[in-house]
Design a protein around this ligand. Structure first.
Ligand SMILES: CC(C)(COP(=O)(O)OP(=O)(O)OC[C@H]1O[C@@H](n2cnc3c(N)ncnc32)[C@H](O)[C@@H]1OP(=O)(O)O)[C@@H](O)C(=O)NCCC(=O)NCCS
Length: 356
């Protein structure tokens, strides 16, 4: 018999034993995509991540004979986007096509309705082969000429349940060693900020003096981010919210390196880029947000902050062999810098929407 068990980590003192099984499922799924470079999680990290003040988080676990065979996570944003729920999940490959995914989805949708939210956004990863340009047996993706094959399990599953693709994100990776494209980028991109700007690179939490500019940059980023056909409201970041994000990052065993460019005359933020590394996977780093404020674009600040973080990583974190990132497929400016750095497309992530 399959038992569906709900957990709200914020209401618990510690991770329940079932979270070990969920961590194993998630790690096996990540290894399918990234092999030895998979981003690995643990019960403790999942538990810590679900204590964020940004979201109210729930997990529904499908348990059979004492083993976790499927999971679904639900995040309800608490600051903005109050009509949305964000969902992730998977079913162990050997237990698919038995209705476990549908049972988890139905239970999740009941909870979304009970919380009074009116739209669910699902996120899932797909292999590159799931993309096609042929109209046969495929679905169009928003804002790109690429299509996605209906025979991919997640595509057929979510389509059958009424969801539609809202955005196609390109996943890419760059190898740091023996990569002539990256070497060329590091040599030809200026290391210092252009006249009128200052550059600071730091590991760990944002220093006090930069909290205001970083909060302003993150607020602008949320307004500018290409979100395809997915709704995403503008976020209002304050210095306190930045500190909360840093505390969460530390609690999850994640270390960031961040580069910030300020406009020298005003001390205001102009550009920002953050890369993180997790303690269990020291050979992998993940590129997070990079942004340049609209009025400061065209001065090479995007390449400057990315170069500065990469230089830090090569010097201070020599174990890192590969950096991963994802970008909206229509984000041409960011993709151009990434391609110059030697990032190559490695996979696809799709954001889906299901209005209730
Ligand atoms: C998508 C996923 C959760 C489906 O789980 P599941 O337990 O196999 O789902 P169900 O058994 O309830 O399938 C329901 C329907 O989805 C469709 N479907 C699911 N897998 C399919 C496949 N491989 N090929 C074609 N249709 C498929 C079918 O219509 C199926 O009904 P049927 O078996 O009666 O034909 C699972 O394949 C998975 O974990 N994939 C990887 C993670 C992921 O992409 N998650 C979704 C984004 S959050």
């Amino acid at each position: 018999m399959i038992d569906l068990r709900w957990f709200e980590p914020a209401a618990l003192d510690a991770a329940p034993p079932e979270f070990e099984g969920m961590a194993e499922l998630r790690n096996a799924h990540s290894r399918l995509f990234d092999g030895d470079f998979a981003s690995l999680t643990t019960a403790r990290k999942i538990f810590a991540g679900a204590q964020s003040p940004e979201f109210r988080s729930f997990f529904c676990l499908a348990v059979e004979g004492g083993s976790v065979i499927g999971w679904a996570g639900l995040d309800f944003p608490l600051r903005e986007n109050l009509s949305l729920a964000i969902s992730f999940g998977s079913v162990a490959p050997e237990h698919r096509r038995r209705g476990v995914g549908t049972a988890l989805l139905d239970a999740s949708l009941d909870r979304v309705r009970a919380e009074g939210r009116t739209e669910v956004q699902f996120w899932g990863r797909l292999p590159l082969e799931a993309l096609t340009i042929s109209p046969e047996g495929s679905l169009p993706l928003p804002e790109t000429s690429l299509r996605v094959r209906l025979d991919d399990p997640s595509v057929s599953f979510l389509t059958r349940h009424g969801a539609t693709p809202g955005i196609c994100e390109r996943e890419s990776a760059v190898d740091l060693q023996g990569n002539p494209t990256l070497d060329q980028f590091m040599t030809t991109t200026p290391a210092a900020a252009p006249e009128g700007y200052t550059l600071t690179t730091f590991a760990g939490p944002v220093p006090k003096g930069l909290l205001g500019p970083v909060a302003d940059l993150l607020s602008s980023f949320s307004a500018d981010l290409p979100s395809g056909e997915l709704e995403w409201e503008e976020e209002v970041w304050t210095p306190e919210r930045v500190q909360e994000m840093d505390a969460q990052t530390t609690a999850r065993g994640i270390t960031p390196v961040t580069s910030v460019v300020l406009e020298a005359s005003t001390g205001r933020g102009a550009a920002y880029s953050r890369v993180t590394r997790q303690e269990q996977t020291p050979h992998r780093a993940d590129q997070g947000i990079t942004m340049v404020l609209k009025e400061h674009r065209g001065h090479g600040l995007g390449a400057l902050v990315k170069r500065a973080n990469t230089e830090f990583i090569l010097r201070e974190w020599p174990e890192v062999r590969r950096i991963y990132t994802d970008n909206a497929d229509q984000n041409t400016h960011m993709l151009r810098i990434n391609e110059a750095m030697g990032f190559r497309r490695s996979g696809v992530a799709l954001g889906w929407k299901l209005p209730l």
